[in-house]
Design a protein around this ligand. Structure first.
Ligand code: TYD
Length: 135
């Protein structure tokens, strides 16, 4: 399977309730990795872009907890654009995928669950370096 094909939307559990809905995520159960780190992007100015890197070993799940944004995923050969706009949809991103985030709606919050602690050594910040490494 191409690595881009592994990057799919995961339908997360949703407990519907007239008092408000609830979604939960358990590592290694609803998503294919244990959760070591959580971070979130918020207060993103209109027109701003995030991402612009790939990870050597990190797996991630990205969720539009509020609002919407687009994620462009690229394995060096092909790319696809995924719009996230539901808090019960998680986009699984496997290692070695270049990603860009754009089209953030006003008030959008991007929650990211990650398989490991923050490590700058795990990043490809240069697209040329990323492309060279997958050849
Ligand atoms: P970065 O991953 O480049 O953000 P984006 O995903 O939008 O491209 O991270 C931005 C800055 O935040 C960078 O200096 C590293 C720092 N950072 C941490 O210190 N810990 C973290 O868990 C993350 C994700 C980033």
């Amino acid at each position: 399977m191409q690595s881009l094909d592994k990057c799919q939307i995961i339908d997360l559990p949703k407990i519907r309730d007239y008092r408000g809905n609830l979604t939960f995520i358990e590592g290694d159960k609803h998503i294919p990795f244990d959760i070591k780190r959580v971070y979130y992007l918020y207060d993103v100015p209109g027109g701003s872009e995030r991402g612009g890197h790939a990870h050597r070993n990190l797996s991630q799940l990205m969720i539009a907890i509020s609002g919407s944004f687009d994620v462009i995923l690229d394995d060096g050969a092909t790319s696809k654009r995924v719009t996230l706009n539901r808090p019960y949809h998680g986009l699984y991103i496997c290692p070695m995928i270049w990603r860009e985030l754009e089209n953030f709606s006003s008030g959008a919050v991007c929650l990211v669950l990650a398989s490991n602690l923050y490590s700058e050594e795990d990043y490809y910040r240069s697209r040329d370096e990323f492309l060279k490494s997958i050849k």
